[in-house]
Write a protein that binds this ligand. Structure first.
Ligand code: C5P
Length: 222
């Protein structure tokens, strides 16, 4: 029988990865954090001073980038050319640059191709911005997540306390608002709800309730 794909898209920091991980764990599906891929590409661009307006430089850089997930435990473990970068890609320099980098057509083309290979024959939960619209338009289940931006900033602030204690709530709020704006207004596969995606606003609902909601949507396909 055909493999099952669950596509979870939505705004920045609205709990997509929390839900995607919980769902994948419960169902024994593979979890892929597509945002981590764009973040790792961004880290490479920053480290190597790649000029994002220079198409040749971008193409050359993409050839030299090898990403791998090693998903021991349904967390995001990603390597960039065999170096573990899972923590570094969450820091502010990458968060600030990731939206302009992920707006580049060549970058998206390469990432989408890799993502499609990952979901070709396996049961998978993938979260991102264009999973239900571009990467897997035929996904059996599509969720589109949203939440109040203030609530999202507070959640992300708490989450970053251990790894990134210097960051302020204001900085996070600005970053989220800015990424929402660039992600929804960019030319190349902007963030938008696929016509057949189910909206999940989690401003006032718990992770457990979100998991139950999502499981109920997947169950008919199991
Ligand atoms: O999911 P996360 O917030 O880590 O993604 C970081 C950024 O990567 C997003 O703000 C967006 O610019 C980009 N992204 C994307 N397409 C995806 C996943 C992430 O453009 N499928």
């Amino acid at each position: 029988s055909k493999n099952i794909v669950v596509a979870i898209d939505g705004y920045s920091s609205c709990g997509k990865s929390t839900l995607a991980k919980a769902l994948a764990k419960k169902l024994h599906f593979i979890y892929v954090d597509s945002g981590a891929m764009y973040r790792a590409v961004t880290l490479y661009f920053l480290r190597n001073n790649v000029d994002i307006n220079n198409t040749d430089e971008v193409a050359e850089a993409l050839k030299n980038i090898h990403l791998n997930f090693h998903s021991r435990d349904y967390q995001t473990h990603i390597t960039l050319n065999d170096e573990e970068v899972s923590d570094e890609i969450r820091l502010m320099p990458v968060s600030t640059m990731v939206s302009p980098v992920s707006a580049i057509r060549e970058v998206r083309k390469e990432m989408v191709a890799q993502q499609q290979r990952m979901g070709k024959s396996k049961n998978i939960v993938m979260d991102g911005r264009d999973i239900g619209t571009t990467v897997f338009p035929n996904a059996q289940v599509k969720l589109f997540m949203t939440a109040d931006p203030k609530v999202r900033a507070e959640r992300r602030y708490k989450e970053l306390q251990s790894t990134n204690p210097d960051v302020t709530l204001e900085e996070i709020f600005e970053n989220i608002a800015h990424r929402d704006y660039s992600d929804t207004t960019r030319k190349e596969s902007p963030l938008m709800r696929a016509a057949d995606a189910i909206i999940l606003d989690n401003t006032n609902i718990t992770p457990e309730e979100q998991l139950a909601f999502a499981l109920a949507k997947v169950e008919p396909f199991l």
